[in-house]
Design a protein around this ligand. Structure first.
Ligand code: PLP
Length: 257
């Protein structure tokens, strides 16, 4: 099975393209990649960003789609409205399942999406997506809601589903509670929660990338959206529970787990 990630490179190997390809490999699918930006990065933070031109992002995606029978695509760090538009031009002519991780700000605070690109992400890319996996701050920016209660989570998900998505997973890792609870909204299915004990660790760099890459891998294998999300959660949980303890800062999730 062939997958594709459209995302940024993390020189530290914990997030972005590197996390996606490691996840694809572990989950036994072949990963292709379209690189939207290079980041000079380690476990202590993002030290620089060098974006790819929109034309060259398009050239990479065209090359991949022309040759490979790609079964599922994910997007991560997209950086600019121009890059989003370049991708949309190609993706709107395909019916390949698209998983959008609406990456905006790294845990260390670096901006991975220009502010003016949020509108393009919401209005142009999300209507093409099958699944979107925002964390709470991302869901707040995409919907304009302040999310504090279960009801806010449901309202935000409802707004995002109305863009044409089949599924929205609102990740609860940023909520201040004993459990990390993700809420899954699938069109036509009763919403459900995935609740896990919060793991006390600072080594969670790249968890969002890994989660959406795992959904992509499982969907490429033909699993239903629901089954893919449940498998992806298990994969991320294992990776968080067995930290590698490398680097001096916020270390990567562990794909050997
Ligand atoms: N760098 C790149 C290239 C990413 O795509 C991401 C997240 O999607 C990050 C960094 C941020 O990772 P985290 O917020 O998990 O530290």
């Amino acid at each position: 099975m062939i997958t594709c990630t459209i995302a940024g490179s993390d020189s530290g190997g914990g997030a972005g393209i590197q996390a996606d390809l490691k996840t694809f490999q572990e989950l036994r699918v072949f990963g292709t990649s379209v690189i939207t930006a290079l980041t000079a990065q380690n476990t202590e933070g993002v030290h620089g960003i060098f974006p790819t031109t929109a034309d060259f992002v398009q050239a990479q995606l065209k090359a991949v789609l022309q040759d490979f029978d790609v079964k599922a695509i994910k997007t991560g760090m997209l950086f600019s409205a121009e890059i989003i538009e370049a991708i949309v031009t190609l993706l709107k002519n395909t019916d390949i399942p698209l998983i959008v991780d609406p990456v905006m700000i790294a845990k260390g605070g670096a901006s991975l999406l220009e502010q003016q690109a949020t509108t393009a992400l919401k209005e142009k890319l999300l209507p093409l997506a099958t699944v979107c996996t925002p964390n709470i701050p991302e869901a707040e920016i995409l919907t304009g809601y302040k999310i504090q209660t279960e009801k806010d989570i449901a309202s935000a998900a409802h707004d995002l589903l109305s863009l044409g998505l089949k599924c929205v997973v609102i990740k609860g890792g940023h909520l201040n509670s004993k459990h990390a609870t993700d809420t899954v909204f699938i069109r036509g299915v009763q919403p459900f929660k995935m609740k896990t004990e919060r793991v006390d660790t600072k080594h969670t760099h790249g968890t969002g990338c890994t989660f959406s890459a795992a959904i992509t891998a499982e969907m490429a294998k033909g699993r239903s959206i629901e089954a893919a999300i449940i498998e992806a959660k298990k994969y991320v949980q294992l990776a968080i529970r067995h930290p590698l303890n490398i680097g001096h800062g916020f270390g990567p999730t562990n794909h050997f787990a």
